[in-house]
Design a protein around this ligand. Sequence first.
Ligand SMILES: C[S@@+](CC[C@H](N)C(=O)[O-])C[C@H]1O[C@@H](n2cnc3c(N)ncnc32)[C@H](O)[C@@H]1O
Length: 338
Amino acid sequence: MPSLDLALRAALARRQELLTELHGQATDCYRLFHGSQEGAAGLTIDRYGAQLLVQSFHQPLEQERLPHFAAYYEDALGLPLQLVYNDRSQGNSRIDRRDSVYQNPASALEDMTAREWGIHYRVRGRHPGQDPLLFLDLRNARGWVKTHSAGLSVLNLFAYTCGVGLCAAAGGAREVWNLDFAEGNLAVGRENAALNPDLAPMRFVQSDYFPAIRQLAGLPMARRHGHKLPSYPRLEPRRFDLVLLDPPAWAKSAFGTVDLLRDYQSLLKPALLCTAEGGTLICCNNLAKVELEDWRAQVLRCAEKLGRPVHDCQTLAPAADFPSQDAKPPLKTLILRL
Ligand SMILES: C[S@@+](CC[C@H](N)C(=O)[O-])C[C@H]1O[C@@H](n2cnc3c(N)ncnc32)[C@H](O)[C@@H]1O
């Protein structure tokens, strides 16, 4: 498949400047090949420290190609890499990994660490979820948080493995809360915290978003007719100086539905109410089919109607390792000064 080889080479050539910059910032995890934009839709290749993570989303890769990829990047980057291949093209790829296509050397599946903005993160080639433990396209937002957190109280919503919280702690935040309903994800967040023992302790709140944010915002719990709600941790109303809202595209729970296409407002409104006067809300939308301009207008309108007008709105794009031919990257990030 010589055209794929050419595409990998071209992608690496385009990243030379970025990689030098990232290495200088104590970052060793980044996307090396973003197939949908660089000539092989459904294929991504990422470096996470010593791990080379190849993922296929449309069809499995020919196995013979894999050692070739590893050798190519080891040579180009001048370091040994442990190859992990995760095919995600089949519906059950999360569970059924008996197929030979999944066989990786045991050493590649051992726990490792990678660094971003000088912070250490857990890297694990296989775990109960499908996605890697750190989303690389959010790097610039994490960097922004690290630079702007000194002395602030920070609320990291949909925290996943708590990368944003760690950046806030590293940036000198006086208080950091990480909120997520998945204990497994918060457990990795705790591991990440342990990998950075110099950082101030953070709080981990395991809760569904809807009851937690409504309580913090001082709103009554919405009742769902005929349904008894599961129990949830009690929280006092309060505001934070910096709030990060980076939800999944869609998720349903007993308390409500996260739906970035049809109903961003019901996530945004309580998050706005939890943001201090003069504070900052960073909000994200990772759904490719949502246009930045439409979404921004919707966000600003929602804030205005709520009586929390936005005084300044900045857009933050992912770095050059997530190129976008039409200048419309799926991950859109707005930094709102209230
Ligand atoms: C796409 S990840 C968010 C990425 C994250 N903001 C980051 O910095 O990498 C989605 C996260 O939302 C969590 N989640 C989904 N629905 C939720 C809900 N209703 N309440 C709380 N957490 C939820 C998942 O457990 C997962 O950790």
